[in-house]
Design a protein around this ligand. Structure first.
Ligand code: FPP
Length: 246
C-alpha cells in the first residue's frame, strides 16, 4: 500500500466544523507488518501522521485535538515496543516544540502521567508550561490513559471530599464528576475518529464521548493525511446532532 498523495482540503460549510476532534490512532502495527517492517516503524510513521493532523486541524479551524497516544493497557505490550513508543514521544516533544510556538498551539496531557518515565515527564512538563498561554489551538495527548481509570479517579476524589465534609452526597451530579476528570476545562469531543476499521471505543474518553459523532475509516493511522481528516469533518458536517432530542 502506498501513502496517499496529499489533496487540498475542501472548505467545510460554515458552522459544520467540530470544535474538538478526538482520534484513536489505530493500525500502526498492521501498516508495518504489511511492509515487512518492525512495529516500531509503524509507530514512527504514525508520529508523522500526528504532525500532519495538528497542522490540518489548525487549517480547518478545529480548536481541540485529542490523540490516544498510549493507553493504560499499552504497558502490557512487549518491553521493546513500549520503549520505542516512549522514545518516540520524547523525540516528538523535542522536535515539535518549535511548531507549537510558531502556530500558537497549547499542549496538554491527560492520563496517569506519573506512570511515564521521568525523562518523558520532564519533556512533557517543559513543553506544556512553555505553551500554556497559547489560545489558538490545543493538542491533548492521552498518555497512560484509560477512561475507566479516569472515572474511578473522579469517584475517589469526590468520596474524599464527602468524607472531609466539604461535599454533600446529594451534590454529586454530572457537573461534579466532570469537574474531577483530568481536563475539566476542555469541551467534550464533537467528533471521534478511529482508524483501521475497528468498531470499538477501547476505553477512550468514556465520559466525554457521550454525544460525540463517531467516524471509523479503514485507513491505517500511518496513512491518515489531510485528505482523510477533511473527509471525516465533511461527514460530520452532514450529521444531524440531536443530543437526545427529536
Ligand atoms: C495503535 O496501533 C497505536 C498505538 C498503540 C500508539 C499510537 C502512537 C503513535 C501514533 C505514535 C506516537 C505518538 C505521538 C504523539 C508521538 P497498533 O500498534 O495497535 O496497531 P495494530 O492494531 O495494527 O497492531
Amino acid at each position: 500500500m502506498t501513502t496517499p498523495t496529499p489533496q487540498p482540503i475542501p472548505a467545510p460549510s460554515p458552522g459544520a466544523v467540530p470544535a474538538h476532534v478526538a482520534i484513536i490512532m489505530d493500525g500502526n502495527g498492521r501498516w508495518a507488518q504489511q511492509r515487512g517492517l518492525p512495529r516500531a516503524k509503524g509507530h514512527e510513521k504514525g508520529a508523522e501522521s500526528v504532525r500532519v493532523a495538528i497542522k490540518a486541524c489548525k487549517k480547518l479551524g478545529i480548536k481541540y485535538l485529542t490523540v490516544y497516544a498510549f493507553s493504560v493497557e499499552n504497558w502490557n505490550r512487549p518491553k521493546p515496543e513500549v520503549e520505542a513508543l516512549m522514545n518516540l514521544l520524547k523525540k516528538f516533544l523535542r522536535t515539535e516544540e518549535r511548531e507549537f510556538h510558531e502556530n500558537r498551539i497549547r499542549l496538554r496531557a491527560i492520563g496517569r502521567l506519573s506512570d511515564l518515565p521521568k525523562s518523558v515527564r520532564r519533556e512533557l512538563n517543559h513543553v506544556m508550561q512553555a505553551t500554556e498561554h497559547y489560545k489558538d489551538a490545543t493538542l491533548i495527548l492521552a498518555l497512560s490513559y484509560g477512561g475507566r481509570t479516569e472515572i474511578a479517579n473522579a469517584a475517589r476524589e469526590l468520596a474524599r471530599k464527602v468524607k472531609a465534609g466539604i461535599l454533600e452526597p446529594d451534590a454529586i451530579d454530572e457537573a461534579a464528576i466532570t469537574a474531577n476528570l483530568y481536563a475539566p476545562d476542555i469541551p467534550d469531543p464533537d467528533l471521534m475518529i478511529r482508524t483501521s476499521g475497528e468498531m470499538r471505543i477501547s476505553n477512550f474518553l468514556l465520559w466525554q464521548l457521550s454525544y460525540a459523532e463517531l467516524y471509523v475509516t479503514d485507513t491505517l493511522w500511518p496513512d491518515f493525511r489531510e485528505e482523510q481528516l477533511a473527509k471525516a469533518v465533511e461527514e460530520y458536517g452532514r450529521r444531524h446532532r440531536r443530543f437526545g432530542l427529536v
